[in-house]
Design a protein around this ligand. Structure first.
Ligand code: TRP
Length: 341
């Protein structure tokens, strides 16, 4: 990893399913560009996803591969980034245990992301939160600090986790001596994109997202069904691009025509069908190389397994070096030959 700025990056995803273009613009694109300049670790957080999917281990396992494929498809390069599976790094679990002494239950209960997610997951938890789910920010701190990452690219919803990580660093350093640095979150510069139905959230169950794994026809079908300005009923009615997701996507996949599209829409000289067809062609063109790489890797799944294994081996070396330091600071570095004190 020569010529890289020494501020290590760690970021990653919970393997909840295939990744979509919201993930692409919100995280993956930035991740790919960071790997050129920084030592980059990409975690596939399967232990974290088990905290609210513990009853679906097969689903988690297959999603680990889906997420790996999506990362490789967008250009995560195993020569330049270390992609690994969280559950394969026992050091993270170990560090989580040590950190758990430094965080109160009350503090975890105040974490706004945990609170919100818990409220949405009544079907999983009923009224009572599990120890594992409540504690996942502690395990996320261990994900980051096991690699002594300085920079953590995340979505806005993850800022409370980084704040908790920083608090753990201060507490740890205060008790055991200067060990960790406080990581900085980095937010993606592109705004959160809406689903094709105009809803804020994209998801499989509502069929309003374009997945990196979607083919040409599926993408076109989804775009043709997108919700546009509801007040533009006939082709020649003037529309309002500011409230139209098709226009929002045109801006994202922009090829220099957005202003022209805006003025035609506003003046009632552009119909939504044409506008959607153009968008579908634009999106399909942009996603083509990503899809081709994805198909290539999905047909060579043993290469993907090798990449994950090699990444995991490298990640373990880094994490075990950190643990050596941690154990020493915590006075739990028992050695066979030491003089007992
Ligand atoms: N919690 C993150 C998410 O839901 C995924 C994640 C797990 C992560 N561990 C991490 C992100 C460490 C950044 C750093 O998207």
């Amino acid at each position: 990893m020569e010529n890289k700025i020494f501020s290590r990056v760690l970021t990653g995803d919970r393997p909840t399913g295939q990744l979509h273009i919201g993930h692409y613009f919100g995280a993956l694109k930035q991740r790919v560009s960071l790997q050129g300049s920084h030592e980059t670790y990409v975690i596939i957080a399967d232990v974290q996803v088990l905290t609210d999917n513990f009853q679906f281990p097969e689903k988690v396992r297959s999603n680990v591969y889906e997420v790996a494929l999506d990362n490789l498809a967008v250009g995560i390069d195993p020569e330049r980034s270390v992609m690994f599976i969280q559950s394969m790094i026992p050091e993270i679990a170990e560090l989580t245990v040590f950190f758990s002494n430094l965080v109160t239950i009350a503090r975890l209960e105040r974490n706004p992301t945990v609170k919100e997610e818990f409220a949405q997951k009544e079907t999983v938890f009923g009224k009572n939160i599990t120890f594992g789910f409540l504690g996942y920010p502690v395990s996320q701190a261990a994900d980051i600090l096991a690699f002594e990452a300085a920079i953590v690219p995340v979505g806005e919803d993850q800022l409370p986790q980084i704040e908790q990580t920083r608090e753990i660093v201060r507490k740890f350093n205060g008790i055991y001596g200067e060990t960790f640095i406080e990581p900085e979150p980095v937010l993606s510069s592109s705004p959160r994109i809406k689903g094709l139905d105009g809803r804020a959230k994209m998801g499989k169950s509502i069929d309003n997202a374009i997945y990196l794994a979607d083919n040409h026809e599926t993408t076109e079908r989804k775009i043709m069904n997108a919700v546009t300005d509801v007040n533009k009923i006939r082709k020649n009615d003037p529309g309002n691009p500011a409230v139209c997701v098709v226009f929002e996507y045109h801006l994202l996949f922009e090829n220099g025509h957005a202003e022209h599209i805006r003025s035609e829409c506003c003046s009632g000289t552009r119909g939504c069908v044409v506008c959607k067809k153009e968008l579908a062609a634009l999106v399909n063109g942009a996603l083509l190389p990503i899809r081709e790489r994805r198909i290539h890797f999905s047909e060579h799944i043993s290469d993907v397994q090798n990449i994950l294994h090699e990444g995991t081996e490298k990640a373990r070396l880094t994490a075990s070096a950190t643990m050596e330091k941690v154990r020493e600071r915590m006075h739990i570095d028992y050695r066979r030959t030491e003089v007992r004190s």
